[in-house]
Design a protein around this ligand. Structure first.
Ligand code: PLP
Length: 398
């Protein structure tokens, strides 16, 4: 019998009842704006920041309108100015170079390895071109952070981490986002917690956080934050920092607080699904899995594999055959960007010298989401379908 999968790859779980109740309470109060609090009252946004700071171990946290906003805000807060060059990953999502472009800076792309992390040799070769690295942990693959931080310290690079896919992850036990000067997270529907849109920025640097709070649109109400530095730090920056409005509201914050409390269980649930798919794909001829390093605490909210050296038409054939059986794969190697599968040569506003090794890897790169609405049997079925179709197409090529 030819098995078909009928699940939906973009269907997330419902918002938990506790979060819905908290959201309804905010709506009943009418006080959705984060600074619209009664006497002695602490708003949901301020509490959320305090809880995310505690969860990650950061001194300071700011909740904002999106992950992309957090990245632009972080770049401004560390002093990136128009015309500056900023290093970033060639393999990432469009909002990352977009955040760099949003401050008038120029992305300089660094290649990807077969392990889907930033190529440290290429980073070393390009380090003298910029003062800042916007490091994207794309699809949750974490580079050797000890090696990366040593390199960046030696070369005077400030690191901002894009943790859109690593909220809840870690490197050698250190939470993802705690290595660089600043880290940015997304709480958008397709990430690890879901408020529709939203983001966080964390740092231990008091001045960076004071600037970020003012940038986000705090006016002079920064004393209502619970995870920000003292008033004396704001005194130093408040007249020189523009308001680039991008606040989080109390409604989204209310939805997020119960989800954060549940994050470690969600991570375990994702990783159980990931391991079932990975086990089911292992040994498929022509298919290379991305082996996860021992030190990497990853969150398996998606899985990638390589069809290295395959001709384009053959990869297309695999995608079509899997789609016909209900399995939605994304391919980063297509000539034209489709859906979310953009890569550095799709961003023509930021031209880059070609990177043949990166191109070779991306040409074979296939990606699949693993929403928590799939159970372990779904995952085993998906793996049987992908493995079967890859095998059929691979054999017919021999
Ligand atoms: C989603 C995403 C972002 C941006 O997050 P938004 O909240 O959608 O702005 C940044 N980087 C990566 C790798 C992402 O996947």
């Amino acid at each position: 019998m030819r098995e078909v999968f009928t699940g939906n790859f973009t269907q997330q779980e419902p918002i938990p009842p506790e979060a819905i109740d908290a959201a309804v309470a905010v709506m009943r109060s009418g006080r959705l704006h984060r600074y619209n609090v009664g006497p002695g009252e602490t708003g949901e946004a301020a509490l959320l920041e305090q809880e995310f700071a505690a969860m990650t171990g950061a001194k300071y946290c700011l909740a904002v309108a999106s992950g992309g906003y957090a990245m632009g805000c972080a770049l401004r807060a560390v002093g990136v100015a128009p015309g500056d060059r900023v290093l970033t990953n060639a393999f990432t999502l469009a909002p990352v170079p977009g955040a760099i472009a949003s401050v008038g800076a120029v992305p300089v792309f660094v290649g990807v390895t077969g392990g889907l992390v930033i190529d440290l040799d290429d980073l070393a070769a390009k380090a003298d071109q910029a003062d800042v690295l916007m490091l994207s942990h794309m699809r949750g693959h974490i580079v050797d952070m000890d090696a990366l931080m040593a390199l960046c310290a030696a070369r005077g690079l400030t690191v901002i981490e894009d943790c859109a896919h690593t909220m809840g992850g870690a490197w050698a036990g250190v939470p993802s986002g705690r290595h660089g000067r600043v880290a940015c997270y997304s709480t958008q529907t397709y990430k690890h917690v879901n408020s529709g849109e939203g983001g966080f920025l964390i740092t231990d640097d008091a001045e960076v956080m004071a600037r970020a709070v003012i940038l986000s649109g705090s006016y002079m109400l920064f004393d209502r934050h619970l995870a920000a530095p003292g008033a004396e730090v704001f005194e130093r920056v408040k007249y020189d920092t523009p308001n680039v409005s991008g606040r989080m509201d109390n409604l989204r914050a209310a939805i997020l607080r119960p989800q954060l409390r549940n994050l470690s269980d969600q991570v375990a649930a994702w990783n159980a699904r990931y391991r079932v798919v990975e086990d089911g794909l292992r040994g498929t001829p022509g298919l290379t899995l991305i082996e996860r390093p021992e030190a990497e605490g990853f969150v398996g909210s998606s899985i990638q594999f390589l069809l290295s050296g395959w001709r384009e038409a053959r990869v297309g054939e695999v995608l079509r055959r899997c789609a016909a059986r209900g399995v939605e794969l994304k391919w980063f190697g297509g000539a034209e960007p489709a859906g979310f599968t953009s890569r550095y040569d799709s961003w023509r506003y930021a031209p880059s010298a070609p990177m043949p090794e990166t191109d070779r890897i991306l040409r074979g790169l296939v990606d699949m989401r693993l929403p928590l609405t799939f159970d372990l049997e779904d995952c085993a079925l998906i793996a049987r379908i992908v493995s079967g179709e890859v095998s059929v197409v691979h054999q017919s090529a021999e």
